[in-house]
Design a binder for this molecule. Structure first.
Ligand SMILES: Cc1ncc(COP(=O)(O)O)c(C=O)c1O
Length: 393
């Protein structure tokens, strides 16, 4: 067989998709499985967004678009980001991508040379580490600690910087912890980045799924971030549009240009009629988004109560996202083995914390982007399984 490139050995996979495949195999054998592995809203995309896509298709909006996205959408994003962050973002700083994931890829591709180091507070969304490795860089993890409610410590970030450090990747609200970074910790990140001349890649895709009346804190609002921060967000989570594949980056102009070139050489441009739908998403009514967030908050309260009533499990209340990240260290079983047994024996598909890097050992990740009925059923199944298998817990 012809050979593969060496870099293929450095590309990771997402655990959620592997667990989903195993869960489906068990279902095919007739097992009842509670799905809590995939981070995908269980809601449909709001109707006015779908209508805008249909209209665009009917109007023949079916050709290539400019590589950075259509001007109308870049303007709408610049306006929305300027307003929410209290800064002045211009449309030429915006690059629209086929999913936030591609924006992350473009940012790392554009800046990381082989041998460079990238600091990542961990546990973290697995794509960061995978892409850093793919481009020949090395990840320097900084552990997100439960005692700090999973906000990174500025001091630990400073300690992780070496002459080879090129960038810091941050993610608040955070997948998988459900935590949000404190403003002073964001300020520390900006300060270090300025002092050591580093890029900051800030994945803010869960910016709208925040609870208890909280306001999202963005790195873009921190003075001094403007010439080195790349903010990445998208439509997948806020508007329940995962399958539409649309994300974006807001970057200093020159960096926006570099990122655009990655897109030009991969997908050419984002999907034409999906961009029209995204304009409708940003400019249209927010009632359905608000209703989804209220529902996520109720589910968050439910799963928080339920998980803390399972012996051996303990969890701080997620402040945002639709992820629960319980500490299961008291059970004394490695996360991978525990998640495997919970799927095989209790019939609940969950992810081991280690799918988000080694610092995730001792935790599990549950997605509560699913009905309350599934959450209740899953928690009941796990409670029964724990009492049978860990009677002393
Ligand atoms: C932190 C984070 N960033 C990015 C993405 C990818 O988003 P998109 O669907 O826009 O590619 C996800 C999806 O799970 C995510 O959790």
């Amino acid at each position: 067989m012809p050979r593969y490139s060496d870099r293929m050995d450095r590309l990771g996979v997402e655990g959620a998709f592997l667990v989903l495949a195993r869960a489906k195999a068990l279902e095919a054998q007739g097992r009842r499985i509670y799905h809590m592995e995939i981070g995908q809203p269980d809601f449909d995309t709001p109707a006015h967004i779908k209508e805008a896509a249909k209209r665009a298709l009917d109007e023949g909006y079916t050709g290539y678009t400019p590589s950075s996205g259509i001007p109308e959408l870049r303007e709408a994003i610049a306006e929305s980001v300027s307003e929410s962050r209290g800064v002045d973002v211009s449309p030429d700083q915006v690059v629209v991508f086929v999913g936030a994931k591609l924006a992350i890829f473009a940012a790392l591709m554009a800046t990381v040379n082989p041998g460079d180091e990238v600091i990542i507070p961990m546990p973290a969304y697995p794509a960061y580490e995978s892409v850093v490795n793919f481009v020949g860089g090395a990840v320097k993890p900084v552990v997100l600690r439960e005692e700090r409610e999973f906000s990174p410590s500025g001091e630990e970030i400073v300690e992780a910087v070496t002459p080879k450090t090129r960038a810091i990747v941050i993610n608040s609200p955070c997948n998988p912890t459900g935590g949000v970074y404190r403003r002073e910790d964001l300020e520390a990140v900006v300060e270090v980045a300025r002092e050591k001349d580093l890029w900051i890649f800030s994945d803010e895709i869960y910016e709208d799924i925040v609870f208890d009346g909280r306001r999202h804190e963005s790195v873009l609002s921190i003075p001094g971030a403007e010439d080195r921060a790349v903010m990445i967000s998208g439509f997948s989570k806020t508007f329940a549009m995962t399958g539409w594949r649309l994300g974006y980056a807001v970057a200093p102009r020159d960096m926006a240009d570099k990122m655009m070139k990655i897109q030009l050489n991969t997908t050419s441009c984002p999907v034409s009629f999906v961009q029209k739908a995204a304009v409708a998403a940003l400019k249209g009514p927010r009632d359905e988004v608000n209703a989804m967030v209220r529902e996520y908050q109720e589910r968050r309260d439910l799963i928080h109560r339920e998980i803390n009533s399972i012996p051996g499990f303990s969890m701080i209340k997620p402040k945002a996202t639709f992820y629960a990240w319980p500490n299961v260290k008291r059970l004394g079983v490695g996360s991978k083995e525990l998640a495997r047994r919970i799927l095989e024996e209790a019939g609940v598909a969950v992810l081991p914390g280690t799918d988000f890097g080694e610092p995730g050992e001792g935790y599990l990740r549950f997605s509560f982007a699913t009905s309350k009925e599934v959450i209740r059923g899953a928690m009941e199944a796990i409670r029964g399984w724990v009492s049978e298998n860990f009677p002393g817990a």
